[in-house]
Design a protein around this ligand. Sequence first.
Ligand SMILES: [Zn+2]
Ligand SMILES: [Zn+2]
Length: 255
Amino acid sequence: MRFALLGSGSEGNALLVETAEVRLLVDCGFGLAETEARLARLGVALEQIDAILVTHEHGDHSGGVARAAAKSGAAIYLTHGTLASLPGRATATAQTHVIDSHAPFALRDLWVKPFPVPHDAREPVQFVFEAANGRLGLLTDVGALTPHIEAMLSGCNAIVLECNHDVDLLRDGPYPASLKARVAGRTGHLDNAAAAALLQRIDSSRLRCLVAAHLSTTNNRPALARQALASALKCAPEWIAVADQNQGLGWRDAG
Ligand SMILES: [Zn+2]
Ligand SMILES: [Zn+2]
């Protein structure tokens, strides 16, 4: 199993996961031409995508899903709450599959394990992916950690982990007070220190790849995210990858 990111941040998100038998996107927050251009950078055509999983209805995750699915013929997987919250229920077609936020399901040789997260959306989930040769965890758009989240991410070989903001940069930054409260709240976004605390609480003994993701361009810096995660894992900051809004992240092995 390997993975890559088309882009990561509040302007658009998409994670590409590939095994021997299946190729899927988690979220698609980019327009059609942009999605195709970003896939091409990774050597993939949109028509090669078998499925699109949607974590929640926010536009930076769902904005491009309907068009990408229509053009590629990919099946869409999302919770009932996410489906009900999408504008115009644009994705409620024959290729739409409603998932239970606690029920694992198989896509050919890949196990998909959803889990619910606290975030200001109707029924948001994140995912762990298990293939014969690895376990990949995804956690972004999460305002607070729960024991269930920690259990799901324990033992992963690779994790894509939200480092949305640095608490000091957010506090002293230009956002209006209401937006600061939303971002920092229990249903907002994970800050660098909280992401680092998660790593200290889970079993990270098999972790071979860690990607900091969903960084705010206003309220964070890649060096601060790297520093926080590296001190939790006692590794060199350079070992930690950072997913970029424009460049995404090239292929990495998840096993
Ligand atoms: Zn987001
Ligand atoms: Zn969100």
